[in-house]
Design a binder for this molecule. Structure first.
Ligand code: SAH
Length: 211
């Protein structure tokens, strides 16, 4: 898997290192274990998928690209659409605390179990709608979103510290692009549009598991 990421131009060794330390099969049903280290999205039930390792790596690279320091280079990170918790586990290597929001309740339970199996203790999961942010008075130095809204919610930028970044896929299915928005000051944001991507849509409201 790491070899494939290198071939796909993931260059940040900190990110490659984190992905090599998170066993991806833990997040999947046993029937899929033989495919766990392929560079593919795979089903996790409830019509959702675990993200492709490549996109997890690319988004994490963007989030930490402002520094080449090692270790926990971020303080608080908000993750929207944490699914089974795979990206959350990767983020746990880069942030002091990860605040993860998922709209499908059984996936929240699953992700808590998965991270406790890995003894990762700096991720807090919440069953909530990511359109509402974290709903507590917290600022983040990074926000990463694994579901695509039609346009990124401007309110998310208000949750960022100056210098913080929002990494988010934007657009309708079949025409999404990866956006990286950096909050330069309280009045100025820098928006860079990167490659085409394919994410599930960001849906409003929460669900108890019915699909
Ligand atoms: N981060 C996961 C990817 C999960 S797929 C991984 O590492 O594999 C994206 C997830 O976003 C789905 O589980 C979906 O339920 C969730 N999602 C979609 N809209 C959401 C919203 N408004 N708030 C929170 N989660 C949302």
């Amino acid at each position: 898997m790491i070899q494939q990421l290198l071939e796909m131009d993931i260059k940040d060794f900190r990110v490659l290192d984190a992905l090599s330390q998170v066993p991806r099969h833990i997040f999947l049903d046993e029937a899929l274990w033989s495919r766990a280290y392929e560079n593919r999205a795979l089903t996790i039930g409830y019509k959702q998928t675990i993200s492709q390792p490549y996109i997890v790596a690319r988004m994490t690279e963007h989030l930490v690209s402002h520094t080449s320091k090692r270790g926990k280079v971020l303080k608080n990170v908000l993750e929207i659409g944490s699914g089974c918790g795979y990206q959350s586990a990767v983020l746990s290597y880069f942030a002091k605390d990860v605040f993860a929001v998922e709209r499908i309740k059984p996936l929240v339970t699953k992700s808590r179990e998965n991270l406790s199996k890995l003894k990762i203790r700096n991720v807090i999961f919440k069953h909530a709608d990511g359109f509402n942010g974290w709903e507590e008075d917290l600022k983040f130095d990074g926000i990463i979103c694994a579901a695509a809204p039609r346009a990124y919610p401007e309110e998310l930028l208000e949750l960022l510290e100056i210098g913080g970044k929002l990494v988010i896929p934007v657009g309708n299915e079949g025409q999404q692009k990866l956006f990286v928005v950096t909050k330069k000051s309280n009045t100025e944001n820098e928006e860079i549009i990167h490659e085409e991507v394919a994410f599930v849509p960001m849906l409003p409201g929460i669900s108890n598991g019915e699909v």
